[in-house]
Write a protein that binds this ligand. Sequence first.
Ligand SMILES: [Zn+2]
Length: 408
Amino acid sequence: MDQLALYDKILQLTAPWKTENVHLDEITGQITIKVTCAESQLPCPKCHALSKRYDSRKRYWRHLDTCQFQTIVEADIPRIKCKQHGCLTISVPWAEDSSRYTQMFENHIVKWASETSILALSRQLNLSWNAIDGILKRAVDRGLKKQKKVSCLHLFVDETCIAKPREFITVLSNQKGQVLAIADGRSSESLLECFSHVPIQYLNKVRSISMDLSAAFKKAVETRFGRRSSQLIAYDHFHIAKILNEALNRVRTAEVRSMPNIDQLHHYKTRFIWLKGNKNRDLDTHAQLSDQSQYLVNTSTVWFFKEQFRDIWYRSKHIKVKTVWKNWIQLAKETGIKPLISAAATVERCLLGILNATKYGVSNGRAEAINNNIKALGRQSRGYRNKERYKTAILFHFGNLDMRLSTI
Ligand SMILES: [Zn+2]
């Protein structure tokens, strides 16, 4: 096989394209492969009608290195004159129309960018951040266009801070941990924008949308899904349990403070005893709880309701679970303990969302895990100065997209 035929094979060229010559510049350490198109008539890119060549324009593409040499493909790209569409530049089989890199080179960048930092890639391949960003952006756009089937049975929405001071994005993901859409801010418009990126046929199949207690996200679901929203909104256990824990702490602090100073010492720093979950309670904790309960009666009452709350949440396979919750709310209100009454009012207001969450067993844990990954991505890149670049990186790494370019 001669040298030109070898490069035809390497670039996977077929007629009418062929390698004309290969030049090595030893001073710059660069190989230039000149490719030509011999045909005088070529198909129009729009209607495919054979049309005469009109003129040509020289272009260059970076290709994968040949051994230690940076390799450039050079070609005069013909323009044809179609009777119907006028003068048009024809597409080349080795690169995307707008790209300055061959498909094989772009695939190489996409593969490596998923395994290393942009900084390392930039240094290793002597490419600017802008160049890499352009390749990744095209890869993400390609992946989003190729996406045929999206799993949308259970959606998760969360906000995450991506830059100081307090610059937020809203992230919509599914039960597989796949990021489906991102939008600036954390308003109801942000979530509506996320929904607009998901094909309507998939949104129609949604059974639950898990979220924190954000009024903005609730409003967005109500706007997008109308009456169906009450069956979809699922509140996260962590965020409601947090309200109860805060109520417990307020009651405990007030109760301890109302004691004579000498007695306060005995109850001081007992916060974590009350907050410990059932699984983490050892015999010593049980003894301490029993001891403290004798003196902190209101705290003990709120603790009892907190424990009941968790039991109902996780063991709510009961047919009349709604009645069980209503009884819990009623009894909590009857205690007369203001922070508990306020927490019970929140539970009452969110009851449909709680019932949806327990029905499907969904929580925002997965969305929180994605948030952590997003923040870790920012730290690895030493912070993204450009927000759009950060958003592209999130979809690149967590969008589960097929971003490969099909080579010739
Ligand atoms: Zn045409």
